[in-house]
Ligand binder design. Structure first.
Ligand code: LFR
Length: 458
């Protein structure tokens, strides 16, 4: 049996998890969790990247000697390095509003029809292509996506991991290579990114300074470094008729396909074709997920107990107020309860008066958005869906799982909650020879070892 550390950075917290893996064993333990608190400096919202890095080093020290380390995080964001490899400023948060300028600049040169036909990537104002276009007069010599930046600090080796590279909006998912012509047309220098690496490729050994700091040496492996790529690898589906919802800050809702779909209907439905582990395509829609609830909790009292809130929300009559979860007004940080009240009012729906009613409105709205995304994915791909897997933190939310089953009229299998860390670890384990097989074997191991809960539609 071998053990591996998964570094999993989420929008609100980072975790270091240790997985012990053998041919029939998969045991996961969380060894360290730390807050991820963005910092506004002037008008710009930043990630506190050094605080995250410190959390990672602390976590690795607690993890103790492991046979490998894999890093995943949210997508699209990056750090810029100067000619000496030093970071130029803190990476900017994808919820920062600076991207509007980049969007206008890129779309004036390349219409979205062309971007989509080439890359299959959904329109999001924060896509890397737009963010890079908004960087004016930068003296950067290199751009490293967040997990690649951490990997660079740990090993001294710079690479661009493929699944995350696909979210930049600058990569052709059919060839797995940069779309150089498109990048040139958009005025973005794709040479800022170091060479592409596939999940499972070794990145390199830890540098001596890191070994001294954490107390052991190890190897960093490329994994599905886009958290959603690792989460989808960690979906315990046994059939080709499963849809997934990776439910966390976002709900990423869709299907695993062999090839991208870049039709005009797909573009209009804003479905994305992100590259997955082992050359799969993650055909999905970003639904504004539990972010809605997280922001409400932040604005209310942080000490409010989520379990109590959810229990009370379960007693509120169903579907009294349902709003469009993807309404752009919900994107930035802010007073979410007020925005939801306003959205209900604008839609001519009863305005929630209590915390419980607001929570119920959020969960009914997410369940409805899940249903719409699954219906659209099935229609656009011509695939039948007969089961829904909910993985990630949202798999712990019983009300959300039940409401999703009810809205879709399909059974929901909930779990694993830590699908991302498990997907991260299984890719390392395979690369290190502790496990053999493809995604099907990984998923069979997940079904055999991880607790899953079923919800029948009512
Ligand atoms: C989820 C996620 C989504 C991506 C969003 C922004 O954590 O990675 O897949 O669209 O964050 O990067």
């Amino acid at each position: 049996m071998k053990s591996f550390a998964a570094v999993d950075l989420g929008a609100s917290s980072g975790r270091v998890m240790v997985g012990k893996v053998g041919p029939r064993t998969l045991d996961l333990t969380e060894v360290h969790r730390f807050a991820n608190r963005p910092v506004r400096v002037g008008a710009t919202l930043h990630w506190d990247i050094l605080a995250l890095y410190r959390g990672i080093l602390d976590g690795l020290r607690v993890a103790g000697p492991v046979d490998g380390i894999g890093i995943d995080s949210w997508a699209v964001d990056y750090g810029l390095l100067d000619a000496r490899g030093a970071l130029i400023g803190n990476p900017v948060h994808y919820r920062d509003e600076r991207t509007a300028r980049g969007v206008a600049e890129v779309l004036a040169k390349v219409p979205h029809e062309v971007l989509y036909a080439e890359t299959g990537i959904q329109f999001q104002s924060f896509n890397t292509v737009f963010q890079l276009a908004a960087e004016r007069g930068t003296r950067a010599k290199q751009a490293l996506l967040i997990p690649d930046l951490i990997g660079y600090w740990l090993t001294g080796v710079a690479g661009t991991e493929l699944t995350n590279a696909s979210t930049t909006g600058l990569l052709d998912p059919r060839t797995g290579a940069w779309s150089r012509g498109l990048a040139d047309a958009a005025g973005v220098d794709v040479n800022l990114f170091p060479p592409l690496r596939r999940p499972g490729e070794e990145l390199g050994p830890l540098v001596p300074e890191v070994c001294a700091e954490i107390g052991f040496g190890s190897t960093v492996y490329n994994v599905g470094s886009h958290d959603t790529a690792s989460a989808v690898a960690g979906v315990p589906a046994g059939s080709g008729h499963a849809a997934y919802v990776c439910a966390g800050t976002w709900s990423l809702v869709g299907l695993e396909l062999d090839a991208p779909i870049r039709s005009e209907a797909s573009r209009r439905a804003n479905f994305t074709n992100e590259v997955g582990v082992d050359g799969t395509i993650r055909y999905l829609r970003n639904v504004t997920g539990l972010w809605l609830l997280q922001e409400c909790q932040r604005v209310w009292d942080a000490s409010l107990d989520l379990e109590t809130l959810l229990r009370e929300a379960a007693e509120v009559p169903a579907r009294r107020s349902v709003v469009d979860a993807n309404d752009p007004r919900f994107m930035p940080l802010g007073d979410m309860p007020a925005r939801i009240a306003r959205a209900c009012e604008d839609a001519g729906q009863p305005v929630p008066r209590t915390h419980a009613e607001t929570v119920r409105c959020i969960l009914d709205s997410l369940a409805e958005a899940h249903r719409r995304a699954i219906d659209d994915a099935a229609r656009l791909s011509g695939r039948r869906v007969d089961e829904i897997h909910i993985v990630g933190g949202g798999a712990n939310n019983e009300l959300l799982c039940q409401l999703t089953a009810d809205a879709c009229g399909l059974p929901v299998v909930a779990g694993p909650v830590e699908a991302t860390a498990l997907g991260n670890i299984l890719v390392q384990a395979r690369a290190a020879g502790a496990f053999e097989g493809g995604l099907a074997e990984m998923r069979a191991l997940l079904r055999a070892t991880q607790p899953l809960r079923r919800y029948a539609p009512k």
